[in-house]
Design a protein around this ligand. Structure first.
Ligand code: PLP
Length: 444
């Protein structure tokens, strides 16, 4: 079995997913929640009692937000796109979780970026004000534009002439951001194939906007998600400045720059060191600068626990690197979340998640450095052979049906795109909060 992998550059990123990289504070709180929730009596528990679940630490989201404010004080974060689904799990949560994450952003005065009517609705319901929502989908359905108008969500992006005509017809007083094409070649998930006006057409688009009398107020871009080279922002800022100047010549007075997403927990500081000064150099203080960070805010805050529901022993070719006492045996483990569920990130976000053992031999205590490791593969629960989470990893010899695995950094591009294929439930989410300041905000 080989997994299609068009983005080998993502190796560095995928490694990060296997290790807990959140704060020690968060690790403790999350571990407590995992221990409390997992069923160790899977032979006898009620149907679905052993289901996989995510623990989301809102305190970790809060800390990411604070880090943002510290390192990029001029740039207002508009939380990028609802990177996880908010599911009510009344049984296990301290307080009502449904609007919690959005409520956290609302109470912090942060905005959100929305892709659709449903996301706008959820944001408004959570208390985010209409002027802190950017409808950042350059190709919108007509009825969604009308909906945005009905709730006064005026800020929206466009990148082509047809969209301009549509907005002129449906929402002529909207405040538009021209999404320009950025160099996305330094990112894992490239977006430029689909969106972004190349610099050759920006002048014509602005001329057209002038003729139509629609109000373009600034520029947006996205350097691609999972960026590994901060210099992409230097180039994008340069392009944005050029379009600001073009706009001035045509008679617009741009006041807004949206630097999009692309931020990760492991290179955020490096990006901030590049982006902050670059913005200050090219854009005077009166220009409002916003961003749409998605992954950065939530990736580390969510941890997934899966149960081993089945195991198959197979013949294996002896491994030269890893000494095992398993002879020529290898194991295929089947767990109860897969690529049609939270692990869709393998297909869509080009990641290679790796687990740690959470519960084995009736115990939570495992030495991750324990020597006897055996080669195995890990599979999701559906009947599709594509549903492979890891075609090769090393786990202690030998895990049993009923044991639990834990997967770190599962907050971004995971559960939000999960399906119920083959009748399997999506993983539930339990919310915890490892930061008392955030908890106070949430219960206010
Ligand atoms: N904004 C827009 C328009 C996007 O399409 C995305 C991701 O696809 C984001 C923001 C979030 O990007 P990231 O998770 O890289 O911060």
């Amino acid at each position: 079995f080989t997994r299609p992998d068009r983005f080998s550059e993502s190796g560095q990123y995928s490694k990060a997913r296997s290790q807990p990289i959140k704060s020690t504070q968060s690790q403790h709180v999350v571990m407590d929640a995992l221990k409390k929730r997992i069923r160790t009596d899977v032979e006898f528990c009620e149907t679905d009692g052993e289901n996989s679940f995510l623990v989301g630490d809102l305190g970790e989201v809060y800390r990411q937000y604070l880090q943002w404010k510290r390192e990029l004080p001029r740039i207002i974060p508009f939380y990028g796109k609802f990177k996880f689904q908010i599911i009510i799990d009344k049984s296990a949560v301290k307080c009502n979780p449904d609007p919690m994450v959005l409520k956290l952003f609302a109470s912090l005065g942060a905005g959100v970026d929305c892709a659709s009517k449903a996301e706008i609705q959820a944001s408004l319901r959570a208390g985010i004000s209409a002027d802190l929502i950017v409808y950042a989908n350059p190709c919108k359905a007509a009825s969604h534009i009308r909906f945005a108008e009905s709730c006064n969500v005026r800020m929206m992006t466009f990148d082509n002439a047809e969209e301009l005509y549509k907005i002129k017809r449906l929402f002529p007083t909207a405040k538009l951001l021209l999404r320009i094409l950025a160099d996305d070649s330094k990112s894992v998930c490239r977006l430029g194939l689909k969106y972004g006006a190349p610099l050759e057409v920006t002048c014509d688009l602005l001329q057209l906007a002038k003729e139509l009398g629609v109000d373009v107020v600034g520029v947006s871009f996205h350097v691609g998600s999972g960026l590994w080279d901060a210099s992409a922002f230097i180039d994008a800022i340069f392009r944005a400045r050029r379009v600001f100047d073009e706009a001035k010549a045509i008679g617009f007075d741009f006041q807004l720059l949206d630097v999009g997403g692309g931020f990760k927990h492991d290179n955020f500081q490096e990006i901030a060191r590049v982006l902050g000064p670059e913005v200050d150099k090219y854009f005077p203080a009166h220009v409002r600068v916003i961003a749409e960070p998605g992954r950065f805010m939530v990736a580390t805050a969510f941890t997934l626990a899966t149960n081993i529901i089945a195991r198959r022993t197979v013949k294996s070719i002896p491994d030269e690197i890893n000494e095992t006492d398993s002879g020529d045996r290898s194991f295929m483990y089947y767990v109860n979340d897969g690529v049609y569920g939270s692990f869709n990130c393998i297909l869509y976000d080009h990641t290679h998640p790796l687990p740690r053992v959470l519960y084995h031999n009736n115990s939570f205590d495992h030495d991750p450095a324990a020597p006897k490791k055996v080669k195995c593969s890990i599979w999701g629960p559906t009947c599709d052979a594509l549903d492979c989470i890891s075609d090769k990893c090393y786990l202690p010899y030998a895990l049993d049906v009923g044991d639990w695995l834990v997967w770190e950094n599962m907050g971004a591009y995971t559960i939000c795109a999960a399906s119920n294929f083959n009748g399997f439930k999506k993983s539930d989410i339990i919310y915890v909060c490892s930061e008392s300041a955030a908890e106070r905000l949430l219960i206010k």
